[in-house]
Design a protein around this ligand. Structure first.
Ligand code: TYD
Ligand code: MG
Length: 493
């Protein structure tokens, strides 16, 4: 219907405002089937989600107001807004630093006003502990902080705070799960600098009829918290649980809505906890924060290399120290390998803390380019301390640990390794050679085996052995094995 006069336009807008209000009452509850893993909607129940391929993830949800009714999507005349040029001054996103350095490093310098962060991690890893510590730190800086727990009663949160010695901090606590109530309470008075919602899976909003924890509820609740954050300038942290396969349960959708996704990792056997940014609109994604879980809460680890190398067994074959980088920070880690004759038809290759495909590639290169026979050997690879390595620069250290185990000769205890292996057997340069060697020197290492190309500006006092190809490394370790006459009688290549 073309609006030809101003009068008609106003009339049209008015009538739409009136019908807009009436629509939610008229909407009929309708069932949809939603995949709890990826959020895809199907008209009927299916065993397998066509969208993400998961089985048994589709459940029925009533979507009375979850989606906008078709009648509401009619051709309303849009409100005009101002279009802006690319140039022009924009304010630097103001940040609220928590004062916990390892946390601020990962967020990129603190919580950004009006932003939303999703913090994921296994149950019991320490998400609530980290957030109550961050809340207390901010509250001590005279910022208003609200901590809403949907999982624990006030007393439980208090008990934890007591144990951590945080009871003097003026954090405002609540044990609530209704989104409308929480948003109304947060909107009273000065908006908080930080609000924690622990966890998003326990929240429910009246605008959605499905049960708490379903994708629709989680998405609906998250949307309202995000809207509140944008409007009030409060930084919101949503806690999200992680499923067995490491995804933030259900709401992949929430990952796309928030400004940053942090993941808190670690394994039950170790005290180390690593905070990593998976996505960050306002900061880097390659920085990590390292914590240690102690009886008195999470302690920041300022020198992670020392911690990861603390219980190293330097006299055993099969361990090599890798001089790695995590973001801007160097990190030394121990790589452990065990190569042993197999009793199976197909030898085992097991990896913890690194990529299986990377190990396969290194084994193939060692076989094909350096004549090392590994076809009849089981190979186990482990990164000490529960750390996960993704850098290709670890190739040289991985190869060194494998050869050391195969030849049954320990590597020099004061030596670090870094370099990327290529399929031709060449060892390629990696970035930040100087920073890696500096960290090694700082921790008392005296030697480094590094790529011939790109050796950095300075070796930081280390005695450097450059290798152009992996066979040079194999020859070095072979010679050491000969010297101590430990070379096994089996044909080791
Ligand atoms: P929690 O923060 O409740 O984990 P999440 O919120 O991620 O589920 O942490 C619970 C674990 O942390 C629990 O196993 C006990 C341990 N813990 C400590 O070792 N020391 C402490 O000071 C605290 C508070 C917890
Ligand atoms: Mg918790």
């Amino acid at each position: 219907m073309p609006a030809t006069s101003v009068g008609m336009t106003i009339g049209l807008v008015l009538s739409l405002v009136i019908t807009d209000k009436a629509i939610p009452l008229m909407a009929k509850a309708r069932s949809t089937f939603v995949c709890q893993s990826c959020g895809a909607v199907t008209p009927r129940w299916q065993g397998k989600c066509e969208s993400c391929g998961e089985w048994n993830t589709i459940t029925e949800e009533t979507a009375a107001q979850a989606s906008v009714p078709a009648t509401q999507r009619t051709s309303r005349k849009g409100r005009l807004f101002v279009l802006e040029p690319l140039s022009g001054k924009s304010e630097e996103a103001p940040r609220v630093a928590s004062g916990i350095k390892e946390l601020d490093r990962v967020t990129g310098g603190g919580f950004v006003r009006g932003s939303a962060i999703l913090l994921g991690g296994d149950p019991g890893i320490g998400k609530s502990t980290l957030l109550i510590e961050a809340s207390a730190a901010l509250a001590r800086k005279k910022r208003r902080v609200v901590y809403v727990s949907g999982e624990e009663a006030i007393d439980q949160v208090r008990m934890r705070a007591q144990r951590l010695g945080l009871t003097d901090a003026a954090v405002e606590l609540a044990s609530e799960t209704n989104v409308e109530d929480i948003v109304a309470t947060l909107s009273e008075g000065t908006p908080p600098a930080l609000a924690i919602i622990d966890s998003i899976q326990t929240m429910w909003t009246e605008t959605v009829e499905s049960a708490p924890g379903t994708v629709t509820q989680v998405r609906g609740s998250a949307q309202q918290f995000l809207r509140f954050a944008k409007k009030s300038g409060t930084a919101i942290v949503l806690v999200g649980h992680v499923t067995k396969d490491g995804q933030i349960a259900g709401p992949r959708v929430v990952e796309h809505m928030v400004d940053a996704v942090l993941s808190f990792e670690g394994d039950g056997a170790h005290q180390f906890r690593i905070l990593r940014a998976m996505k960050n609109r306002f900061g880097p994604t390659d920085e990590i924060g390292v914590f240690e879980m102690t009886g008195g809460g999470l302690k920041e680890v300022e020198n992670p290399s020392a911690l990861f190398l603390s219980d190293r067994d330097t006299s055993s074959p099969g361990t090599a120290v890798f001089a790695g980088m995590e973001g801007t920070r160097p990190l030394l880690v121990e790589i452990q390998a065990l190569v042993a004759p197999t009793s199976l038809g197909t030898p085992r290759r097991a990896v913890v803390g690194a990529e299986q495909s990377r190990l396969s590639m290194i084994l193939a290169v060692l076989e094909a380019r350096c004549g090392v026979r590994l076809g009849q050997q089981d190979v186990y690879l482990n990164i000490a301390g529960g750390l996960r390595i993704t850098e290709p620069a670890a190739d040289l250290a991985i190869a060194a640990s494998l050869i050391s185990s195969l030849y049954n000769v320990p590597l020099p205890a004061d030596c670090v390794y870094f370099g990327e292996a290529s399929l031709t057997g060449a060892v390629r340069a990696v970035p930040q050679a100087t920073a890696r060697m500096k960290e090694a020197a700082k921790l008392g290492f005296a030697r480094a085996v590094i790529p011939e190309a790109g050796r950095g500006d300075s070796s930081e006092g280390l005695s450097v052995r450059t290798v152009a190809a992996l066979d040079a490394l194999v020859a070095d370790i072979g010679a050491a094995a000969q010297k101590v006459r430990r070379l096994p009688s089996r044909d080791a290549g």
